[in-house]
Design a protein around this ligand. Structure first.
Ligand SMILES: Nc1ncnc2c1ncn2[C@@H]1O[C@H](COP(=O)(O)OP(=O)(O)OP(=O)(O)O)[C@@H](O)[C@H]1O
Ligand SMILES: O=C(O)[C@H](O)[C@@H](O)[C@H](O)[C@H](O)CO
Length: 181
């Protein structure tokens, strides 16, 4: 077994993807498995962003930049204290991910990837969420999928939650040198 170069506590993960891809569900479970805190990026949006989305209007870059700054700062602080963190954040565009990396260079992205059909059925199936299903098209229009030269992994969401979590945790551990449980 090779020496660990990164502790699980130092792990900084952004679970990304369009609305309904499972960022909150999977992110919380991954954090639990890794033993690090979980933050839902939706809780870091200014109220004006939440109201805009709830009103059926997609966010634009100007809406997202201040939010992304807070996401980056939150990850950076977790890295500095060595606690590590998993954060759910759509991070739809490459420039958004680069801004996060500029704040927290150790971050790796977990892109929860699925077809429009799967996403549509997941969103239609949930209740009590501010994000209307009508915004799914704009989410896909904005999405720039995680590319091979970006740090992280792409995970197919068309499988049970437990399988997504075990696949993701195994991949995170394999790239930090931490043996799989
Ligand atoms: N692998 C899965 N199989 C079946 N249902 C799932 C799966 N992953 C998530 N779900 C369900 O899909 C819905 C969307 O998941 P979730 O709210 O975690 O997505 P999200 O990406 O955080 O959404 P948003 O960005 O809009 O907040 C929820 O009802 C959740 O229970
Ligand atoms: O970048 C965005 O458009 C937003 O972050 C959205 O993706 C929502 O916050 C989230 O996904 C809730 O549905």
């Amino acid at each position: 077994m090779s020496q660990n170069t990164t502790t699980p506590e130092g792990t900084q993960i952004v679970v990304m993807g369009v609305s309904g891809s499972g960022k909150s569900t999977i992110g919380a479970l991954i954090a639990g498995a890794l033993g690090v805190p979980f933050v839902d990026g939706d809780a870091l949006h200014p109220q004006s962003n939440i109201e805009k989305m709830a009103g059926g209007k997609p966010l634009n870059d100007d809406d997202r930049w201040p939010w992304l700054t807070v996401v980056g700062q939150t990850l950076s602080e977790a890295g500095a204290t060595g606690t590590g963190m998993v954060i759910a954040c759509s991070a739809l565009r490459r420039a958004y991910r680069q801004a996060i990396l500029d704040s927290a260079p150790g971050v790796r992205f977990v892109h929860l990837d699925g077809t429009r059909d799967v996403l549509s059925s997941r969103i239609e199936g949930r209740s009590g969420h501010f994000m209307p299903p009508s915004l799914l098209d704009s989410q896909f229009a904005t999405l720039e999928p995680l590319a091979a030269d970006e740090p992280g992994m792409v995970i197919d969401i068309d499988q049970p939650v437990a399988d997504i979590v075990s696949e993701t945790v195994a991949k995170i551990r394999s790239t930090t040198g931490v043996p799989n449980a």
